[in-house]
Write a protein that binds this ligand. Sequence first.
Ligand SMILES: CNc1ncnc2c1ncn2[C@@H]1O[C@H](COP(=O)(O)O)[C@@H](O)[C@H]1O
Ligand SMILES: [Zn+2]
Length: 366
Amino acid sequence: MEIREWCHEIPKIELHAHLNGSIRDSTLLELAKVLGEKGVIVFEDVAHVITKNGRSLPECFKLFDLYHILTTDHGTVSRITKEVVEDFAAENVVYLELRTTPKKNEAKGMTKQSYMKAVIDGLRAVDTVDVALANSDSSTDYCLEPLPINDTQGRIRRNKIYIRLLLSIDRRETTASAMETVDLAMELKDAGVVGIDLSGNPVVGEWQTFIPALKHAKQLGLPLTLHCAEIPNQKEVQAMLDIHPERIGHACFIEEEEWRRIKSAKIPVEICLTSNVRTERLHSIDDHHFVDLYNSKHPLALCTDDCGLFSTTLSNEYYLAASTFGLDKGQIFQLARSAIEFVFADNEVKEALRNIFEAAERKLMP
Ligand SMILES: CNc1ncnc2c1ncn2[C@@H]1O[C@H](COP(=O)(O)O)[C@@H](O)[C@H]1O
Ligand SMILES: [Zn+2]
């Protein structure tokens, strides 16, 4: 089997995917058309931006503001969640930690709670794959059991995807708003929320603003993953490491001294190759810090970040790593499997994932 196809076939774990960055282009265009007809936006202007290829980091954040206009109602939030999960499942992603920023929108009668309910409703509506969402020790309220479906030959065939949610704090938020998100994450623990992310435009916001909420999360036992060093900011990186995050994302502009800390604390790094290349975080993919981390056996996981925005898939990220850095099938499989150890879900899920990879190894490894 060709390596590209094989990267699609192997089970994969996605740890860094933003809901609104993972929307299908076709859905965005459809939503834009409706809002265009209502006169809320000018469709032609928006269509041009959605289908554009290269995107600088500042352009990405402008685009997110547009996405959020397109997706601000409960029904649309449920729809995009359902589609995003189905798309990841179609890439043989067996565990997805999906992150999203709970949003308040008074005009739409939306609260952070009702936004998250819409996300969870979207997970319930998934019908191409079995969704395992509830923590094993929780009530069965959120246990999702969609009906079996037939494959093209009429046989009943179901794949299963484990989903866990991370609630994101946007760097534009106030301390009070960030605190509210952490409390909501705690409330929704039984519904599959397993941690907190800090994301948003890296040139926006002061680190001090987020400290109370991040410390609060720590005290509540919620693991943290932080968007770290997407732009050079050594002071902030140091402060981020002081808070002992369970994982970090990107880590593009890290000085030697901080790498030493990250490596000695073995903090897993979520690597987003296409995202970093597209947003011009490095001169060439050959210079990516993946190489140093991989060679020094540092814990890392390949992730998509925003598969819609960057027109990628997790299979493609594995193929990119294989073809750029010369990894063979055995190394790629091991890389995919190693991500089990960095998921925020409990040991029971980790054990189930180990079994999935063991079965896949027998089937797919030469
Ligand atoms: C490209 N690198 C990135 N760096 C930082 N934050 C990013 C990001 N990509 C996405 N987001 C964050 O995720 C939000 C969209 O998903 P949700 O509305 O939460 O579902 C963006 O508004 C931004 O805050
Ligand atoms: Zn991200």
